[in-house]
Design a protein around this ligand. Structure first.
Ligand SMILES: NC(=O)c1ccc[n+]([C@@H]2O[C@H](COP(=O)([O-])OP(=O)(O)OC[C@H]3O[C@@H](n4cnc5c(N)ncnc54)[C@H](OP(=O)(O)O)[C@@H]3O)[C@@H](O)[C@H]2O)c1
Length: 426
């Protein structure tokens, strides 16, 4: 039996692959393995529930299909390594643990599992002398994880930021041309880019899980994903894009982490991005990651962050690496809370019933928190009964701004809660 460890060079017999999950990514992985005839790799088993629905004629007749995952995970099964492409914490986590405990390497695209249980699973892999590879878990088909782990390991990465959720990028880049959030979300759902319940994406929970993975690999800091503040994109409206354009910016869901001399900052949410920033260039479902290294400076990774085939390429690349004895050697990391709030400029959009004294009242509430007003933007021709206008403020802490905004939100001229967003400074 060929064993997927980094020790050997090219394996004598092919690595036999047991695939769990024949969905969007799983079927694309099977397709590549079936059509590309990659040396050193052989698909031998496929497990999925209700497997009869899944059978396809293009998979070799020698492949054994089963709906019993236990059969695939049995020590005597003809699978040297396991590819987990079901997703979610359980039962996928249990299957991955069982495979690793049996000394079988695992390749997965399961960002949730890796974000929440990555360190524990890596320790299990080490203990049982096998490998856990998850190159597809962040930014799908873009080789961000191997790029960071192999290509940038010589640098000290101090900042990671990016567009990690294709659904939000599709929605926000479509809103640039004037469409409202609800219309674009419905279109994204029709096209299969957004789930019926889009909360994981639009609330930023998916992006913060991916950010936590990148922080561990790039900055060697482990944070609990749920401690990263995630702000939803749901309150962004077409008028915000119009005001952002006046500031020569657009709006994207940005995931951002930084280690400073005094601690770690991490946040996910809609932010104003200057048009000259690479972060403004991603449209549709594209993803982008920008790393900043102490010695090497900025490196930009971009491309198709999701979709069956791009993601499958990342999974198969992990398999090829294993077949060539090129595994990971996960480095040490330290657990650290998110403790720092960087001082950054912000955008605040108000929708008010116009009357004299509004700007003075807002400026006073901001001043009470030591926040300086920078600019006031008001598009001509808006109705005084429902007037959107924008205030930008000089760099300040988000918590101070939130207190000021909470105070302003009590004022009787407001028609809806103000929307605040960070302005990315680059
Ligand atoms: N799709 C992407 O663009 C993308 C990008 C990056 C990472 N990923 C990750 O890749 C993984 C797979 O995603 P996907 O998009 O391929 O999902 P998917 O299309 O929903 O496929 C999951 C497959 O697993 C099967 N399955 C679910 N629960 C099962 C169970 N309890 N027992 C046996 N089979 C089960 C499903 O069967 P049914 O057909 O019966 O539901 C389906 O065939 C996830 O971790 C995801 O986060 C996906």
């Amino acid at each position: 039996m060929a064993k997927a460890t980094p020790a050997s060079s090219s394996p004598v017999s092919p690595l036999r692959i047991g695939l769990i999950g024949f969905g969007t990514v799983g079927s694309a992985v099977a397709r590549i393995l079936s059509e590309s005839a990659l040396s050193g790799l052989e698909l031998t088993m496929i497990a999925n529930r209700d497997v009869a629905r899944k059978r396809v004629e293009w998979v070799s007749s020698s492949v054994h299909w089963t709906e019993n995952v236990d059969e695939l995970l049995a020590p005597e099964a003809p699978a040297d390594l396991v590819v987990e492409l079901v997703g979610g914490l359980e039962p996928a986590g249990e299957w991955v643990r069982r495979a690793l405990t049996a000394g079988k390497s695992v390749v997965t695209a399961n960002k949730k599992l890796i974000a929440f249980h990555g360190p524990e699973l890596e320790a299990l892999a080490r203990e049982h002398s096998c490998q856990l590879l998850f190159g597809a878990a962040v930014a799908g088909g873009i080789p961000v994880i191997p790029g960071i782990e192999h290509g940038l390991s010589g640098d000290r990465i101090t900042r990671v930021e990016g567009i990690l959720n294709g659904t939000c990028n599709f929605i926000l880049s479509a809103m640039e041309s004037g469409a409202e959030y609800a219309t674009v979300l419905a279109d994204a759902q029709r096209r299969g880019y957004a789930e019926a319940d889009p909360s994981e994406d639009v609330c930023g929970w998916d992006a913060r899980a991916k950010l936590a993975i990148l922080m561990r690999l790039a900055m060697r800091i482990h944070v609990a994903p749920e401690t990263i503040e995630a702000r939803p994109i749901t309150a962004v409206s077409a008028v915000d894009f119009a005001y952002a354009a006046e500031l020569d910016c657009t709006i994207r869901q940005i995931a951002r982490a930084e280690q400073t001399g005094v601690g770690v900052a991490a946040v996910v949410g809609p932010m104003l991005v200057p048009r000259r920033s690479p972060l403004a260039w991603s449209t549709g479902t594209e993803n982008m990651v920008v790393t900043t290294g102490q010695f090497g400076g900025e490196v930009v990774f971009s491309g198709h962050g999701a979709g069956g085939h791009p993601t499958a390429v990342a999974v198969v690349s992990d398999l090829v690496n294993l077949a060539h004895g090129l595994g990971r050697a996960p480095g040490a990391f330290r657990a650290e809370p998110v403790s720092v709030e960087p001082e950054v400029p912000h955008y605040i959009r108000f929708l008010v019933r116009d009357r004299p004294g509004i700007v003075a009242a807002i400026a006073q509430a901001l001043a009470a928190e030591g926040i300086n007003l920078n600019a006031i933007l008001q598009k001509p021709g808006c109705c005084a009964e429902s007037l959107p206008f924008v205030v930008t403020v000089e760099p300040c802490r988000a918590s101070a701004l939130r207190r000021a905004v909470e105070a302003i939100a009590q004022m009787d001229f407001l028609l809806e809660p103000p929307l605040e967003m960070q302005i990315v400074e680059k």
